[in-house]
Design a protein around this ligand. Structure first.
Ligand code: FAD
Length: 491
């Protein structure tokens, strides 16, 4: 019996993978619903996806249905977006970034004065790095020797730009482009996993390949359709779920191997435990008797977020599905987030409006705005003081740049703080993506998908290898299920 702690996307995906191989699986979820961060809520006729908004690499969701011999289209559908993101700057400048690399390069050249060759060269290097290194860093356990003596590694080594290992993403972007706005645009891809572009390694310049190579997608039904369809698939495969069931302890035998879970005073036996709970509280709360891997747990966490969900009584033609309103001084913003542990005075504002693609997400003539600013991973902040102050700053910025009084258009509001994120999902300090990639070794220092001790304990999800974000969490489920399969075959 496999016992899974948590029904986030990682917990759902690993359960599906195990059940598809004939394993019996029971999932214990502390909340009353599946999906963890990828949840949903309704407010006064508006529908909001509470967490993730940007969807890339849909084939990884499809793969779960295919593995279970099901037609993905009977559960889950999506469409490719021709537009990637709309960018806004404080000086009133605006830029609409399309997905298609050639058109994007031409537009960047026309708008910002970079050469289209420079943009295409940058994107083709991103594609090379993604295709070669992605196979290793995102698809394999980095903690197994056979990963390092495999064909993909030998093929990838010559493709690595050595300077990408030692220079920051910002340095590499500054070498590639002249215009500070273009550099800022490419620096923002560090936020894909909540990292600081001024410290994250140049290797992360492969990320734009996702938006301007592979493309971005919108699930039919919104992001929560991913959670719903995976939950349905898991049920169809016989996975059992216990909701409102917070796990309080991982129970171990005297020989040091796991024997089950304690949930609300009851014991459940199992030969294997897979924790989808953040790795830090897994050790601190569920395994206080085990010596924790302190160096790994001490890795700097990713950014968190402060989110305002606003029902807006108007519509904005100048806004798209994804919109970014940049700060003037991006470096100062990241310094504030990681060093000063505060939200920057003029924060970069991201607005996601799902009813641009799914009209019924807001009443007629209205829009559902998911308004997010980067926040530090943190437990100390007095959010009662910060929330109204930051809200005022955001409203001032948007009112000025959109030339409409936004405050008067807000019909209803919900707020999510880093503290609430931690309370709802147990993510350590409210970090959105587990450990940040703020140094070249971060990928190697993330917690592996199998614990050294106790035997029989595995991990899945954004706080362990290969990291956070929907695609990587689904990768982690594949790696974890593969490790379990290997161990079973050896036994
Ligand atoms: P979680 O979703 O955190 O799930 C963990 C689950 O375990 C939770 O349901 C929790 O209740 C449960 N649990 C924890 N402890 C226990 C316990 N002791 N007992 C029982 N159950 C327990 N990713 C993207 O790809 N694109 C985006 O645009 C994006 N934007 C984001 C915006 C926000 C605001 C947030 C919060 C996240 C965003 N992400 C995005 C990140 C993405 O949501 C996460 O990486 C992913 O959903 C994490 O999945 P998970 O399974 O690792 O963990």
């Amino acid at each position: 019996m496999n016992l899974v702690v948590g029904a986030g996307l990682g917990g759902l995906a690993v359960s599906i993978r195990l059940a598809a191989c004939g394993e019996s699986v029971t999932v214990f979820e502390g909340n009353s619903y599946p999906g963890g961060k990828a949840t949903v809520f309704d407010l006064n006729g508006y529908r909001f996806d509470a967490g993730p908004s940007l969807f890339t690499l849909p084939e990884q969701v499809d793969a779960l249905f295919e593995l279970a011999d099901r037609n993905p289209r009977e559960y889950f559908n999506y469409s490719k977006q021709s537009e990637a993101c709309r960018y806004f700057w404080n000086d009133g400048d605006r830029f609409q970034a399309v997905s298609d690399p050639e058109t994007f390069a031409e537009n960047v050249s026309r708008h910002f004065g970079e050469t289209s060759e420079a943009v295409l060269d940058y994107l083709s290097q991103a594609a090379v790095s993604y295709k070669s290194l992605g196979k290793i860093f995102l698809k394999k356990s980095l903690h197994r020797a056979d990963t390092w003596i495999s064909k993909p590694v030998l093929e990838a080594i010559p493709q690595v730009r050595v300077s990408d290992l030692w220079h920051s993403m910002h340095t590499q972007n500054s070498k590639a482009f002249e215009n500070p706005k273009v550099i800022q645009l490419f620096n923002r891809f560090a936020t894909y996993n909540g990292s600081d572009p001024y410290r994250a390694p140049g290797l992360m310049t492969m990320i734009p390949h996702l938006e301007h190579g592979v493309g971005t997608f919108f699930p039919q039904g919104g992001i929560h359709a991913i959670t719903e369809s995976l939950f349905k698939l898991a049920l169809d495969l016989g996975v059992r779920f216990e909701f409102n069931a917070p796990v309080s302890k991982i129970v171990c035998q005297t020989d040091g191997s796991v024997s089950g879970l304690e949930v609300q005073g009851s014991l459940y036996s199992g030969e294997r435990v897979i924790s989808n709970m953040d790795v830090v509280p897994t050790y601190r709360q569920l395994l206080p008797h085990i010596k924790a891997p302190e160096k790994t747990l001490a890795q700097e966490r990713s950014t968190s977020a402060l989110i305002f969900y606003w029902g807006i009584r108007d519509s904005f033609r100048e806004l798209g599905l994804h919109n970014i309103f940049f700060t003037e001084d991006y470096q100062a913003e990241f310094r504030d987030l990681f060093e000063n542990k505060r939200i920057h005075e003029d924060p970069t504002v991201y607005i996601h409006i799902s009813n641009k693609c799914k009209i019924e997400d807001a009443p007629s003539g209205c829009e559902n705005w998911f308004v997010m600013v980067n926040a530090p991973h943190d437990r100390e902040t007095d959010w009662d003081e910060v929330v109204p102050r930051i809200k005022k700053q955001i409203l001032g910025k948007l009112t000025r740049l959109l030339e409409r009084d936004i405050a008067s258009l807000i019909e209803c509001e919900e707020i999510l703080t880093p503290l609430r994120i931690e309370q709802r999902t147990q993510s350590f300090k409210g970090a959105l993506y587990g450990a940040a990639s703020n140094n070249p070794f971060a990928a190697f220092l993330r917690h592996p998908n199998k614990a050294r001790k106790p035997d029989g304990l595995f991990f899945v999800g954004g706080s362990v290898h290969p990291g956070g974000g929907i695609p990587l969490v689904l990768n982690s489920a594949e790696i974890t299920a593969d490790l379990i399969g290997r161990e079973k075959r050896r036994a």
